[in-house]
Design a protein around this ligand. Sequence first.
Ligand code: ADP
Ligand code: MG
Length: 626
Amino acid sequence: MVRIRRGTVVGIVATVLPLVIATLVAAGLFPGGGERLVTLFLIYVVAVIGTSVYSGNSGIISFGNTGFMAIGAYAAGLLTISPIIQKTALPHLPVWLTGWGLPFIPALLVALVVVALVAIAIGIPVARLAGSSASICTLGFLVIVHVVLVASSDFTRGSQTFFGIPRAVNIWMALPFAIVAVAIARIYRDSSAGMKLRASREDEIASTAVGVNVRLHRFLAWVLGAVLSGAAGVLLGHFIGAFSPKDFYFNLTFLLLAMLILGGITTVSGAVIGTAVIMVIVELLRKLEGGVDLGFFSLPTVFGLTDIGIGLAILLVMYRLQDGLLGVREIDEQLPLLKRLAGGKAHSAAKPATTEAASIEGDVLRVENVGKRFSGLVALEDANFEVRPGLVTGLIGPNGAGKSTLINSISGVVPPSTGRVTVGGVDVASLPVHRVPIAGLARTFQNIRLFKNLTALENVTVAASAIARDGADPVDLAREALFEVGLGDVADQLAGTLSYGAQRRLEIARALALKPRYLLLDEPAAGMNPAETMELMAVLDRIRTKYRLGLLVVEHDLKLIMRLCDIVVVLNKGQQIAIGTPAEIQSNPAVIEAYIGRRRSVAKHEPSKTEAPLLNLDPHTSGKTA
Ligand code: ADP
Ligand code: MG
């Protein structure tokens, strides 16, 4: 079920209003040329949005959507073409395809089913890929579609013009499609599925760690975008009435990508703005291209002026505005008036947490003989300990001791080479990473991994919606988690713009929204100033008692560890060298040896430093690195 929020509706209205106005003006004042231009604009809007559903939300550029346009155009064209023209134009068509002469809408629906089936088949491999490998794969798809269309001359007339398609699309037909495309794309973008895909675009590892099934969401967006592109192809085919495979090839692909990138790839309103701007540039330059006579001065014909113009426009915009004209937020999230209409600030439903302590007695997190090798290097060997609900377990050791590797192994981000991690007897390592949170484990990262171009609230909502709660709105759960760490006031700010300490706490809120039984924190206080550290300590102490959370905390700040922890595990060079209460650890000879050994070697390099008293180390002298 999709919950449609007020902000989404305001955004859709704000984005389609200019389309409606352009249509009314063109149809009323400029019948003919102007009307045709706006019709083409509306069709391009559908096409650009088709690409943006996948590319904008996943961050993977797709060259393949033009292929879906081609499939849509040809499939629908075969069904709508008049039987008489068909006899002469396509004499070798198989009998089951001849003589349909369907009206536009039924043909469109059949074509969209064909497009969807192809998209599903291609989407299975494409969704497994990320970044440029996925892009190249979509490019390959575009080339294959082109070659197949050219080769299937019985169906398509090969590279010759496929003609006789009824011109069923005018401006009044194109407008509702553009409106529906905007609405679908925007509802998807704001839905929990769209938010999850956007999270994976910002940080794939962190998104899987909060329960996002990245492949699934890439696949869904790919198919949805393909269907929209297919519709754009059907519209274009029935607008121009005659086309050949080259009309759906590189030129169109680059034109559409230029529109998408110029406006801002991550937003629906950006897609519309980019389409409009490029169309204006193309129209102006096309007039100039043919040479202009100004009476006293005449410009010569300049070949390729349009393409050069588009290229320059992109260069200029990207140079000044990396994220396109509109940036990373929708227009209604930027204009104050629209923000107010959409409900504006987070109405702080500062509810006290209603959630029961989630932990069940006996569900201990067990780390059994866990080890990890990276090719030749043994980063970790035979870690053995338990983390109990309501207790804080500290994990200390010099740099490179294997602490992060251990956290990564437990949380499934880097599967262990040996050993087992279980929660209440369930083997966590056998789960796919995105299902580890369901087993009750959540984590933060040593180097902050937030979804920078999502708001603080969205960051946490992604996690909240990973855990199915009967009926509870993930956004409410997310708000609750933000209040828990004292970030209720910055819910609507982009995560990347928050202060360092706030970003660290936001990561904790995001993990908390998974309602974990165990929270693994990799150096949560690293880089914090003393005030921020104090605030963090208070938060950790509160949440562990409130939810009876089991905490596993990696920390360089030994004072903090000694104060916070019930149990301390010490790693050195991949070996677990000690486990015990803070007091026991402080007097453990092996631990002293490990730390003194390191101190000596530090002292050797920095003779000015005197040996500090052991395990009373101030964070600034504890030899920490970034
Ligand atoms: P810590 O967090 O205790 O500082 P790490 O767990 O990050 O230590 O690293 C332990 C050892 O494993 C180091 O020698 C590090 O270089 C190595 N290591 C960590 N991650 C990788 C990796 N992905 N590939 C190869 N070696 C790694
Ligand atoms: Mg580390």
